[in-house]
Design a protein around this ligand. Structure first.
Ligand code: FAD
Ligand code: 2HG
Ligand code: ZN
Length: 474
């Protein structure tokens, strides 16, 4: 039966695009291991379709054989959602060969790309045509638009442009039955029934396989400036955010907060990056101003904002990047925190959202609870403060082995943090998704009526449970 399925898959996609463990020269670990190296699965095969019809035929063949499918893009997900389990019976459907830009419609301000298109290539295609595709995140050199849609990724421009969902106008999807939904309309208005596009986005490969998407384009800003500000407290950071909204309006395209310990890890592991102002300040903020007039206008606005912020005491020191290279350098420091944390050792990640106004109290209270529960624990706090989204990550105490720390503490640390998140009316996953990592916790924190509707949707669209089983819902 298994051999019959593999033969069918080879007929559909070609021998070279069905990789199995039978060939000792083929290393499947890039598809079987998650980015954080927390889980190593074992696939029956890695299948790499080249077009939508092949995806549909693969799904039909797998459905007939009762074999489940794990869709995968760049495999940069952080919640164990895109790698197979260890049964050796699932196939990984790698979308990376489907990476074409299919169409550009400048008048409609849209671009249509295949799901395996790497985010950076989509940004570059938009730029080459004189437009901006604003989705931006640290993994943009390897994540794909299919994975971004699958997880409804956020990133650093959400404060102005929204999550991936807000950037999408149409989808092409292969259903669990192997049918093709041709939904690449590019329409900004369409009230003909249930919103299937938004249902698919953020479903983490459990409801359908996204094969292509029509995404929104924006005019490029006339000028873009970046500032790095030291702030004396999280309260001050929130105050600065309010001022930035007031003074910059829609020009505010990025507002990131970074805690001192998070920056110290970048300094320790990537000392060549020259992190500014971190040593004497508990928090730093990275702000971006995208101006529709010109650079001088942007600079004047920024300087006026920082002056006002210093007057009211919410900024203690600041630098404004003098060039694009300097600005990129500042962003690179911000995007290096995740990698610096990897260098420091295994850690417990929390990707949470809380109403912005309540973040300072949340952090103060939860830091104190954690310090009492796990003495010596080191907090790697950073993230998208403009969206109320914190990466509230917990690193083992100095000198404690990461593996042992996770084994002894992960569950109770998660429970402590998630209980606090619930108390503050927040979400236990702001932008990374649920995957397998949070699937056990979701029923404890999601509204029961919402959870029941989610189960009903899954049952209706994928009654055989062949699309990414065990992720999002169990
Ligand atoms: P994968 O990891 O391959 O898959 C992710 C999920 O989507 C899986 O459940 C998979 O089954 C599903 N999927 C993949 N392709 C499809 C498809 N075609 N159809 C249906 N389902 C599919 N996330 C943020 O939101 N904001 C950030 O700022 C951010 N920064 C990151 C920085 C780093 C250094 C890293 C490593 C990750 C970061 N992420 C961030 C997490 C990650 O979610 C994103 O990188 C990205 O959205 C995942 O895309 P991918 O192509 O790698 O997807
Ligand atoms: C980011 O904002 C990513 O850099 C990764 O979402 C967050 O490493 C993390 O916890
Ligand atoms: Zn993030």
């Amino acid at each position: 039966m298994t051999q019959m399925l593999l033969n069918q898959l080879r007929q559909i996609c070609g021998d070279a695009n069905v990789l199995t463990h039978d060939d000792p020269a083929t290393d499947l670990s890039p598809w079987e291991q998650d980015w954080r190296k927390r889980v190593r699965g074992r696939a029956l095969a890695v299948v790499r379709p080249g077009n939508t019809e092949q995806v549909a035929a693969v799904v039909k063949a797998c459905g007939a054989a009762g074999t489940s499918i794990v869709p995968q893009g760049g495999n940069t997900g952080l919640v164990v959602g895109g790698v197979p389990d260890d049964s050796g019976r699932q196939i990984v459907l790698s979308m990376t060969r489907m990476n074409a830009v299919r169409a550009m419609d400048p008048a409609n301000l849209t671009i249509t790309v295949e799901a395996g298109c790497v985010l950076q290539n989509l940004q570059a295609a938009a730029e080459a045509a004189g437009f901006l595709f604003p989705l931006s995140l640290g993994a943009e050199g390897s994540c794909t638009i299919g994975g971004n849609l699958g997880t409804n990724a956020g990133g650093t421009q959400v404060v102005r442009y929204g999550n991936t969902r807000e950037l999408c106008l149409g989808l092409e999807v292969v259903t669990a039955q192997g049918e093709i939904w041709h939904g690449l309309t590019g329409l900004r208005k369409d009230n003909t029934g249930y919103d299937l596009r938004n249902l698919m986005i953020g479903s983490e490969g459990t409801l359908g396989i996204i094969t292509a998407a029509t995404m929104k384009l924006y005019p490029q800003p006339a000028a873009q400036l970046t500032a790095w500000a030291a702030v004396p407290s999280m309260e001050a950071a929130v105050q600065l955010l309010g001022l930035a909204h007031q003074r910059l309006g829609p020009g505010l395209t990025g507002f990131e907060v970074m805690g001192q310990f998070a920056l110290s890890l970048v300094d320790k592991h990537f000392s060549h990056l020259r992190v500014p102002l971190w040593q004497n300040n508990p928090w730093c903020v990275l702000l971006e101003n995208s101006d529709s007039e010109n650079e001088q206008h942007a600079r004047n606005q920024f300087e006026a904002l920082l002056e006002a912020a210093m007057d009211c005491g919410c900024v203690s020191d600041a630098v404004v990047a003098e060039s694009l290279t300097q600005a990129k350098g500042l962003w690179h420091i911000r995007e290096s925190i995740t990698l610096a944390q990897v260098q420091e050792g295994l850690n417990i990640k929390h990707d949470i959202s809380i109403p912005v106004s309540r973040i300072p109290t949340f952090v103060a209270e939860t830091d104190a609870l954690l310090a009492r529960e796990v003495p010596g624990v080191r907090m790697v706090d950073f993230g998208h403060l403009g969206d109320g989204n914190l990466h509230y990550n917990v690193q083992a105490p100095e000198g404690v082995d990461g593996q042992a720390f996770l084994r002894d503490n992960e569950d109770r640390v998660n429970t402590l943090v998630f209980d606090q998140v619930a108390k503050f009316n927040g979400s236990i996953s702001a932008e990374h998704g649920v995957g397998e990592l949070k699937v056990g916790k979701l029923p404890l924190y999601k509204d029961p009526a919402a959870l029941a509707m989610m189960r009903a949707v899954k049952q209706a669209l994928d009654p055989q449970n062949i699309l990414n089983p065990g992720r999002v819902l169990t």
